[in-house]
Design a protein around this ligand. Structure first.
Ligand SMILES: [Zn+2]
Length: 283
């Protein structure tokens, strides 16, 4: 853009607060005005100063918001190009806050935690804190995670919602796909505003899978990016299922304890779930 050349000065005006006459100003060379400023100068009375301070602050905030909107749009386009539509499969697309059953005090409480999280995501986004939703099958863990994803996507916030198995499949696929580099896919997982890993522990992890998950979650932790986990396993069982056969589980223990440390923990389970670790039931 830049300032347009002005051959004619703007008309005189006066300060709307103190009435002082404001004369146009220009760049003067050898007594001749070469370029008139297109705007009248700002008055220096207290009221005008306060007005312009507020004006400048609001303009700066608008620029920040526009930049953030552009960043989100670019991230969402990247996610769509690399992964398709955020990984929210058809079966999750109907799982909204509106149709989550709230018949018991526990359901109501979990609903409130998830809804508050979605409603105040801008705060969680800054702090990098997520949700760790553990419990038995069929208690609505995935439903609440999907509802958060759907609400935020509706607000233009980039979200990826995948099972850990699908997440690893995407990265593996990127090894063989022309034009998509593995690091680009890894990067969207590491940088997306919210990553939701649904049903963590469902698939047995290979050594490669564990390292990859570790690297994604560790980078997000260090960057203070929020992650939401749902899992059917208690901590002890989750460490067990995620640790590849014959491998040391210390990395997995580190990931899980970091996730729990930075998350609100929601337990959605029948009574004896903590000791059993996992129980059957329909999803
Ligand atoms: Zn004034």
């Amino acid at each position: 853009m830049g300032i347009p050349w002005k051959h004619d000065p703007p008309e005189n005006g006066s300060c709307q607060f103190c009435g002082k006459v404001l004369e146009p100003q220009g760049i003067v060379f050898e007594g001749v005005v070469l370029l008139w400023q297109p705007f009248l100068p700002r008055c220096d009375c207290d009221q005008a100063k306060a007005y312009w301070e507020k004006y400048d602050r609001e303009e700066a905030a608008k620029r920040v918001a526009a930049k953030e909107k552009a960043r989100r749009k670019a991230m969402q386009e990247k996610v769509n190009r690399l992964l398709g539509e955020s990984g929210i499969k058809k079966r999750f697309q109907q799982r909204t806050f509106q149709n989550f059953l709230r018949n018991t005090p526990e359901q109501e409480r979990n609903y409130q935690i998830a809804k508050d999280y979605a409603d105040t995501f801008h705060v969680h986004c800054k702090r990098g804190d997520g949700l760790y939703i553990e419990g038995t099958n069929g208690t609505g863990k995935t439903h609440l995670a999907a509802a958060i994803a759907l609400q935020l996507i509706g607000e233009g916030i980039p979200v990826i919602c995948k099972t850990s198995g699908d997440l690893l499949k995407d990265i593996k696929k990127s090894f063989d796909t022309d034009g998509v580099r593995e690091y680009e896919v890894l990067e969207v997982y590491q940088k997306v505003d919210l990553l939701i890993i649904d049903d963590l522990g469902k698939e047995q992890c290979t050594d490669w899978g564990m390292s990859t998950l570790y690297s994604i979650l560790n980078d997000r932790y260090e960057d203070m990016k929020p992650t939401i986990i749902t899992t059917n396993y208690n901590t002890k069982s989750l460490v067990k299922v995620l640790t590849p056969k014959g491998m040391d589980g210390s990395k997995i223990i580190a990931i899980i304890s970091r996730l729990r440390e930075t998350s609100t923990i929601m337990t959605m389970a029948w009574q004896d779930w903590r000791s059993d670790g996992k129980r059957g039931g329909k999803t």
